[in-house]
Design a protein around this ligand. Sequence first.
Ligand code: ADP
Ligand code: MG
Length: 378
Amino acid sequence: MKEELTRKFEERFHTAPVVYASAGRINLIGEHTDYNGGFVFPGAIDKVIMAAVAPNGTDRVRVFSVDINDYVEFGLDEADAPAQQWARYIFGVCREILKRGFTVKGFDAVFAGNIPLGAGLSSSAALESCFAFALNDMFNNNAIDKFELARIGQCTEHNYCGVNCGIMDQFASVMGKEGKLIRLDCRSMDYEYYPFAPEDYELVLLDSRVKHELVDSPYNKRRESCERVAARLGIDTLRDATMPMLNAIRSDISAEDYFRAKFVIEEKDRVLAVCDALNAGDYETVGRMMYETHRGLSQDYEVSCEELDFLNDVARDCGVTGSRIMGGGFGGCTINLVKKSLVDDFVKTAKDRFKEKYGHEPNVYPVVISDGARCVSR
Ligand code: ADP
Ligand code: MG
């Protein structure tokens, strides 16, 4: 990809670019925990957005998207974002860097990627992180710290793309390291790297390609349940709750609120169990926690759907080590921790059985935990 982008850049702009990349991400465990002040456990993957970039000595930005085959130009002092969605991410990153008092000058860029769009792997975060990293390197001598680069991506989603997301996607895209997952504490923003380089296992995502509900309303209802229980317990977020605390108020709250809170409390404990397991290289325990998370998301938090439960059952039938919904639920992917010797059989079985039942095959994405934002020219 690097050579092709360089060639395309030189053909179009007639100078030599520097090439940057940033990654999509997975989240191993820790779902619906961010707004409860809990932990998430993401890592960057070997699927990236790559951009060839060079300053152009003007105050204009000129960008060509290879995958969309579209070209956009905008001035750095223009207030209005471009009409094209893909260009708004780049425009937003420029504005957010300038807003913080750092430098962006005119530049040319050609970019492409191999992260499936809208499949739950955060291609948009990779796009933001790639350009934020590039502009930090090119115009600011890397003075913006990496965490702030992630915030720049997050604020781009909020302010220019209408997506009110948390920090996890951009954080993982910027901070990811090969063979490491990152436990991020969504309350303190402290983070810690854990080894994830299993010799005998692979991570395989199965994308059901279904999306069931407008996610907003059920998502907000889950949040409200969590807030209600936290308020009843006299704490800020469920991060500070325990099962004995919850059981002590069980008769005062609705059954629905009880099970929502139970999931959140148990999920926090599962994340902590996974930390120990990863340090010990105990992937069987990691896998068991993934299945328990799926059960909790499906039965207690009620954010699964028939197709995802079906894929989870297929994984279990095939002897897959761990499997669960990845992301908010109601569709999207399952993430599966699979013994290498079982991968081919599992993928074939999942495709066949899913197609037989739902009329189409799931998309299959094997992923390897890899580096996040970086310069690939030097
Ligand atoms: P995701 O879950 O993958 O982040 P989003 O809808 O948030 O899904 O972001 C997808 C959007 O990001 C695309 O519609 C496009 O505007 C932009 N994007 C992602 N990858 C590329 C790419 N390779 N080329 C151009 N635009 C891209
Ligand atoms: Mg996105």
